[in-house]
Design a protein around this ligand. Structure first.
Ligand code: BES
Ligand code: ZN
Length: 963
């Protein structure tokens, strides 16, 4: 195997010489021939000597010696140097010449240039002009495809293939591109295109259609094409098909072996990788010629990964020695990064976590816990698989300021975890066979667990196993319900809510949205209860009532979720199942029957759903939120069960988080709007797309409702309050205390502004959203990253007043007009002097009634007691069971001290814990009906022990506040 060493250094040589800087001096060559002048230009281009290249080209123009070759080169120079102005000058020159205006190769070079500058319109214009020419060949189409892929416009790419079919035949390059985007061979370019092809998108249907087409169509032995197919089938977990393709190939290359190895790795078949590696060595003996299939860096990388999957890298084994030597000799990890194969870890800032996430990263979490309903405790252990970070090979978020060179949340070899009132029993360092007990300290005040790893060798991954129990009284993530508190009153119930920073009371962790980990779990609970978690259930051991779960996509700690209760389920589609208590299942079945239609609509807008199953649990009414986007298992409040499907927007919202939030995630809670603003904006868009009659109007009306919510929230905080900024500071602030609708709907309003006023095209903005999800999917980002990406995607967009939108409190700098018929109808009613009559109210749908109440609550001239009473006498407001209507009506009643519904209001506050409803009611008492406060206090003190800990804390703070 040592021979590979010499082979590989040979492999690097051409790369090195290509980028070496040999001095050349073009001016010495006085009269170069046409071809040699292009050679000079090419060299200048490659040496990044752009100014000289432009001078040289200008001279060629003056001397009238421009050739096609020199045009192609100078256009590349324009791209490489980022000088689009120059490019446009060349374009002008070209199009003034009848010889070049219809020269397909020259025009294709212009297409390539515009595509690289994301100027898709320009590229398309050229394309439309030359498409009709007889000389327009496959290469032109392929260039368009590369361009679309580069700009992440996957649908346009496939549409272009259809256009292509009517004129020319797709070739191997076309198919390879569509399958895995790897046609563009330049190292730096692989990544962008790869991300859109069928393989990355796991687009089974299209990928298989291409395969089908190939088998009847073309030279099927084209190696890259076959490799692409192997990549594809590996990615979609059809490994046997991948193997068959491999075995039937008569001509293989190293890359073919690599493709199959990768496919094995994805499918966690590490042993197969090693077998294939052995086979490769044997096959190699029979090969002659320059290509062969000697292992290369990618092969070794795959072998290393396989060894790691098998746990071999921890044992002092011969193979390991060898692999590690190769690892260091080739610096494979550096190479990997430059290939864009794996992301460099990103150092970031999070004021709400003390954990040392900039020194160590949890990459996998395993829970082994027992649920104890008598003591209200989860007890067992958690194992954290940890990767140490070398800060030098990490990227840095803009939130780590350059003046401050010190990297936060890095305490060298001290491992700090977030931990709130956990009973930590033991901490162990775990290797294959041994477990070593480690010393630790608990800092209750600062809510952290400090583990000393001082004398340990910390350059590779290691595991920490922590035996612990949750606190029976101070765990903020869990609510334990007695059987009387459940709908069926038969069995106790328990559920979690980790967002924003409660995961730390459930297990010791890096409790920041900036760290994503896969997880697995083994949970035992009393029979006949069922455990649900935010992953896929992999097994159920009936004898012990132990449930096993896996979450194979890395997720942030706030998305860990668990619920235990007497639960039943109903399948709404092949991938959607609703869970709830037995007495509620029928209602749920009806209310959410259309869920598959929603998920399909979301996929149409955002790309394939990446979490395999979309199940959800409808919880008891004390659940503090409308919904929580726990992956694979969303949690929903039962207050959505209106009986008329009028409150489905919340499930659409939570579904949408499967892309914005769960794939693309804010790096800390200061950028919360990236999760919620995007989700709220898209939620309205999807509701529009779902509407059978008038999508535009539906979307606008929903956005109008959101705008009114924003107004209420800004009024509640006061319009100079820092928490009414889109991006706020959370240093020493619990995110729950800064939580409100502002980041949701100011965020949505910003995106509306960008779509309608800046980009001015919904379809272009939709394409942008898709590309944003591809670009940041699986990653974290902050507001700067978003702006930079927006600007690079729309370089010619008019300027945006980011400062006001992001960092100025109060209502947004731009007021949108969301008027529609539905909206105006409500507005007229809200404006009338006399109170609303029965006929008027009955003419409105449920969403309109809620909207009308919002308008009344937000009205400048205050509503009077008489108005409210008259409205109640006329309309009998107690007939409404829809909670969105009830809580607004109750708020209005409290505001004018209308006493009739008081008992209903206290009943409502007793049963319902959804903070969106109960916070405003308590606040309204505080602000408008102070005489009631003693009664409210007594009521609260009586009930708080049964409330959700998150809600209880928020209400307590409200009642204790000075205003
Ligand atoms: N992720 C949020 C809930 C959340 C946010 C919990 C912050 C804890 C901290 C969820 O997606 C959400 O936004 N719920 C809304 C739904 C509504 C906007 C449709 C709610 O609870 O009202
Ligand atoms: Zn949300």
């Amino acid at each position: 195997m040592i021979n590979f060493l010499s082979t590989r250094s040979g492999f690097l040589r051409p790369l090195i010489s290509k980028y070496s800087t040999k001095a050349i001096n073009p001016s010495k060559r006085q009269y170069p021939s046409k071809d040699s002048s292009n050679e000079v230009l090419r060299r200048l281009n490659y040496l990044d000597n752009y100014e000289r290249a432009f001078q040289f080209f200008d001279n060629l123009v003056k001397q009238n010696r421009v050739t096609v070759a020199s045009l192609l080169t100078i256009l590349e120079t324009c791209t490489r140097s980022g000088q689009i102005q120059r490019g446009r000058q060349v374009e002008q020159m070209v199009n003034q010449s009848s010889q070049w205006k219809y020269h397909v190769r020259v025009q294709t070079a212009l297409i390539n240039m515009f595509m690289k500058f994301h100027m898709i319109d320009q590229a398309e214009q050229i394309f439309e002009r030359i498409r009709q020419l007889p000389s327009c060949d496959t290469i032109v189409y392929n260039s368009m495809l590369v361009g679309y892929l580069r700009n992440q416009h996957v649908e346009k790419c496939f549409a272009c293939v259809e256009k292509m079919r009517s004129r020319v035949r797709p070739d191997n390059v076309t198919y390879t591109l569509l399958l895995n985007g790897k046609f563009v061979q330049l190292l730096s370019e692989i990544r962008t295109t790869e991300f859109l092809a069928c393989t990355f998108l796991r687009d089974k249907q299209r990928g298989k259609a291409i395969h089908q087409e190939l088998s009847s169509n073309l030279d099927s032995q084209h190696v890259h094409l076959q490799n692409a197919l192997i990549d594809f089938y590996g990615k979609i977990n059809e490994i046997t098909v991948a193997e068959n393709i491999f075995h039937e190939m008569t001509l293989r290359e190293t890359s073919t072996y690599n493709s199959l190895m990768k496919a094995y790795l994805i499918n966690r078949m590490a042993v197969k990788v090693l077998e294939l590696f052995e086979q490769m060595k044997e096959d190699n003996l029979d090969t002659v010629g320059p290509i062969g299939f000697r292992p290369d860096l990618i092969t070794f990388m795959a072998v290393c990964d396989a060894c790691e999957q098998l746990g071999l890298l921890n044992s002092p084994d011969k193979t390991q020695q060898l692999v590690l030597t190769l690892y260091f000799v080739f610096q494979i990890d550096t190479y990997q990064y430059s290939m864009g194969e794996i992301e460099r870890p990103r150092l970031f800032y999070d004021p709400n976590s003390l954990s040392s996430f900039n020194r160590f990263r949890i990459v996998h979490t395993h829970f082994d816990l027992t649920v104890n309903f008598d003591s209200h405790v989860l007890d067992g252990f958690v194992q954290l698989d940890i990767q140490p970070l070398d800060n030098q090979s990490c990227d840095r978020s803009s939130s780590i300021t350059t003046e401050n060179h010190e990297i936060p949340n890095n305490h060298g070899n001290i491992l700090v975890l977030d931990s709130r009132h956990l009973d930590i029993k033991q901490v162990m360092l775990k290797s294959d066979s041994t477990e070593k007990v480690l010393p630790f300290q608990i800092d209750i005040e600062r809510e952290s667990l400090v583990i000393e790893l001082n004398d340990l060798q910390l350059d590779s991954n290691f595991s920490i196993k922590i035996a612990y129990a949750t606190s029976s009284t101070k765990c903020t993530a869990l609510q334990w319900l007695t059987k009387e508190q459940t709908a069926d009153k038969q069995y106790p119930y328990m559920f979690s809510q980790c967002q924003a920073i409660h995961a730390r009371s459930l297990y010791p962790c890096q409790d920041t949205p900036g760290v994503k980990s896969t997880y697995s779990a083994k949970i035992t609970c009393p029979k006949p209860l069922t455990v649900l978690m935010s992953g896929l259930q992999s097994k159920h051991d009936e004898a012990t009532n132990t449930f096993y779960f896996e979450q194979k996509q890395p997720i942030a700690s706030y998305l860990i979720a668990i619920a235990v209760g007497n639960l039943v389920s109903h399948d709404l589609s092949s991938r959607i199942r609703v869970w709830t208590e037995p007495s509620m299942i029928k209602q749920c079945q009806y209310e959410f029957e259309e869920s598959e239609r929603f998920l399909t609509a979301a996929e149409e807008l955002l790309g394939k759903y990446q979490w395999q199953r979309y199940d959800f649990l409808v919880l008891p009414p004390s659940f503090p939120y409308g919904g929580m986007e726990n992956p694979c298992m969303n949690f929903l409040t039962p207050t959505l069960l209106a009986g008329d499907r009028s409150l489905i927007s919340t499930i659409v919202h939570e579904m949408t988080h499967s892309w914005t939030g769960n794939l693309v995630t804010n790096e800390n809670w200061e950028h919360f709007w990236l999760n919620e603003g995007f989700t709220s904006f898209i939620e309205a868009k999807i509701l529009g797309n779902l509407s059978k009659s008038n999508g535009k109007e539906t979307r606008r009306f929903h956005a109008a409702q959101q705008w009114q919510e924003l107004k209420s929230a800004v009024t509640t905080w006061g319009d100079e309050h820092p928490y009414t900024c889109l991006v706020y500071r959370l240093h020493n602030v619990d995110p729950d205390d800064a939580y409100s609708s502002v980041q949701y709907y100011k965020g949505a309003a910003l995106l509306w502004h960008l779509e309608q006023n800046i980009v001015s095209s919904e379809s272009k903005f939709d394409e942008f959203l898709r590309s944003y999800i591809i670009k940041f999917g699986g990653k974290i980002l902050n507001t700067d990253d978003f702006i930079a990406y927006f600007q690079s995607y729309f370089p010619q967009a008019p300027p945006v007043d980011w400062q006001s939108w992001l960092y100025t409190p109060g209502m947004p700098p731009v007021t949108h007009d969301f008027s529609t018929q539905l909206e105006e109808q409500c507005r007229r009613l809200a404006a009338q002097q006399t109170s609303i009559t029965k006929d008027q109210l009955d003419a409105l749908n449920a969403k309109q009634v809620a909207y009308l109440l919002n308008l009344l609550l937000n009205k400048q001239s205050a509503i009077t007691y008489d108005y409210v009473k008259q409205m109640d006498v006329d309309c009998d407001m107690s007939k409404y069971s829809n909670c969105e209507i009830r809580f607004r009506w109750y708020q209005l009643c409290i505001r004018v001290k209308y006493e009739k519904p008081l008992d209903d209001i206290f009943k409502f506050l007793e049963i319902i814990g959804r903070m969106k409803f109960v916070k405003p009611l308590y606040s309204e008492f505080k602000v408008s009906w102070t005489e009631m406060i003693p009664r409210v206090r007594i009521f609260f003190d009586e009930h708080k022990q049964f409330m959700n800990p998150i809600t209880a804390k928020q209400i307590e703070a409200r009642l204790n506040a000075n205003n």
